[in-house]
Design a protein around this ligand. Structure first.
Ligand SMILES: Cc1cc2nc3c(=O)[nH]c(=O)nc-3n(C[C@H](O)[C@H](O)[C@H](O)COP(=O)(O)O)c2cc1C
Length: 341
C-alpha cells in the first residue's frame, strides 16, 4: 500500500496535490469536483488589497455623495470585477466552500502594505479558512527603494498578520530576491509557516500596431518547474518552513520531482485549466504507478532526497553547475546543437 500523505502547514493531507489559487475556486460547485478528483487541499483565488480598499472607499463615498460616485471610484480597477468578486462575497463563498468539502481550504490575500485590509485575514479565519496564503506580488519600480526596505516591509506585513490570526500563514513570493534563502528565513522568523515558490511574473506584451502594452496571460509550461525545484532543493532543511511548489507542475513526474527536491506539496493550476479538474486523478495514478515500479512506499521516504543537503554532488545546485552547463553545449557538423549525454 503506497502512502501518499504529507504534512503542509501542520495540516495532514492525503496526498501532495493542492489546487493553487485560480478561477477554479470562484465557483462553489467546483469544490466537490476538485475534492472528488483527488485534490488534498484547495487554495482560493486571491482577494486583493485594492478590492478591499475600493469597496471601503465606495461605501464611504456612497454615504457622503450618494450612489453616483460609486462607478467613478472603481474605475481604476477596470478588470477586477470580471475575474474576482468583492470581499463580502469572498467570505461568503469561503464559508460555503468549507461546508461543501472535508479537505482544507486555504484563503488567499494579495497585498503589499500594512493597512486596514489586513483585517481581512481575521475575517478569513472567522469564515473558517484552515490557513491563509499571503500572495505578495509587487513590482518595485521606484529606484529610491532598496531591496532591504522592500524585504523589511514584507517581513513586517507577515509579522503584523501573524499577530491577528492563529491559523497557519504561508507566503507566496516571486523568485526575484537577491538573497532568497535569507529572505525565506526572515519570513519564517516573522511567523510564516510556509513558503509558496514561486509567483509567475506575468510580463505584458507590446502591441506594435496599436502601440499599446497589452496584458497577455499565458498558461505555464513544465520547464518552469526547474527554477522551483532548484530553490526548494536549496531551502529544504536550511530554513524551517513548509514548502509548496507552484509553477510548471503538469504531470506525475513533476509532483515526484517536487517531493524529492524537498517540497511538502505541489500545486496545480495551468494543467487543470488545460486538461480539466479530473486531471488530478491521472496525476495521482501516475505517481502511484511510478512509486510502485521504483519500490517507494511513501512520499515521506522520498522527500528531500534530491535536495542540496542530501544530494551526492551539491555543485549541481551551485556555481559549478553553471560552468558545467555552459561547457556541455556542443555543435554538430551543420552548426546545430547536439545533446551531450
Ligand atoms: C487565470 C489564473 C488566475 C490566477 N489567479 C491567482 C490568484 O488569484 N492568486 C494567486 O496567488 N495566484 C493566482 N494564479 C497563479 C496560480 O495560482 C499559480 O501560482 C500559477 O499559475 C503557477 O502554477 P501553474 O504552473 O500550475 O499554473 C492564477 C493563475 C491563473 C492562470
Amino acid at each position: 500500500m503506497i502512502d501518499l500523505s504529507t504534512n503542509y502547514l501542520g495540516l495532514r493531507l492525503k496526498n501532495p496535490i493542492v489546487v493553487s489559487a485560480s478561477p477554479l475556486s470562484e465557483k462553489l460547485e467546483n469544490f466537490p469536483r476538485m475534492r472528488d478528483a483527488g485534490a488534498s487541499a484547495i487554495v482560493m483565488y486571491s482577494l486583493f488589497e485594492e478590492q478591499i480598499e475600493a469597496e471601503s472607499e465606495n461605501i464611504d463615498s456612497a454615504l457622503e455623495y450618494g450612489a453616483n460616485s460609486y462607478a467613478e471610484s472603481t474605475s481604476y480597477l477596470p478588470d477586477m470585477p470580471k475575474y474576482h468578486i468583492g470581499p463580502d462575497r469572498y467570505l461568503d463563498l469561503l464559508q460555503k466552500a468549507k461546508k461543501s468539502v472535508d479537505i482544507p481550504i486555504i484563503a488567499s490575500l494579495n497585498g503589499n502594505s500594512r493597512g486596514g485590509w489586513t483585517q481581512y485575514a481575521q475575517y478569513m479565519e472567522e469564515a473558517g479558512a484552515d490557513a491563509l496564503e499571503l500572495n505578495i506580488f509587487n513590482i518595485p519600480t521606484d529606484p529610491s527603494i532598496t531591496g532591504q526596505q522592500l524585504e523589511d516591509s514584507y517581513v513586517e506585513l507577515v509579522r503584523s498578520i501573524r499577530k491577528c490570526i492563529k491559523i497557519p500563514i504561508s507566503v507566496k513570493i516571486g523568485p526575484y530576491f537577491t538573497s532568497l534563502a535569507n529572505f525565506a528565513r526572515r519570513l519564517s522568523d516573522a511567523g510564516a509557516d510556509g513558503l509558496v515558490i514561486f509567483n509567475r511574473f506575468y510580463q505584458p506584451d507590446f502591441d506594435l500596431e496599436e502601440l499599446e502594452v497589452t496584458p497577455n496571460l499565458v498558461l505555464s509550461s513544465p520547464h518552469e518547474l526547474r527554477l522551483r525545484l532548484h530553490w526548494a532543493a536549496i531551502l529544504y532543511h536550511q530554513v524551517e518552513i513548509y514548502l509548496a511548489i507552484t509553477g510548471g507542475v503538469h504531470d506525475a513526474t513533476d509532483v515526484l520531482k517536487s517531493m524529492m527536491a524537498g517540497a511538502n506539496v505541489a500545486m496545480m493550476t495551468s494543467a487543470l485549466l488545460k486538461y480539466g479538474i479530473e486531471h488530478i486523478g491521472v496525476v495521482l495514478s501516475g505517481m502511484e504507478a511510478w512509486m510502485e515500479e521504483h519500490e517507494y512506499t511513501s512520499i515521506k521516504q522520498m522527500r528531500g532526497s534530491m535536495s542540496l543537503v542530501n544530494v551526492e554532488d551539491p555543485t549541481a545546485f551551485l556555481r559549478g553547475n553553471y560552468l558545467k552547463m555552459l561547457g556541455s553545449y556542443s555543435f554538430g557538423e551543420t552548426g546545430t546543437a547536439l545533446p551531450t549525454y
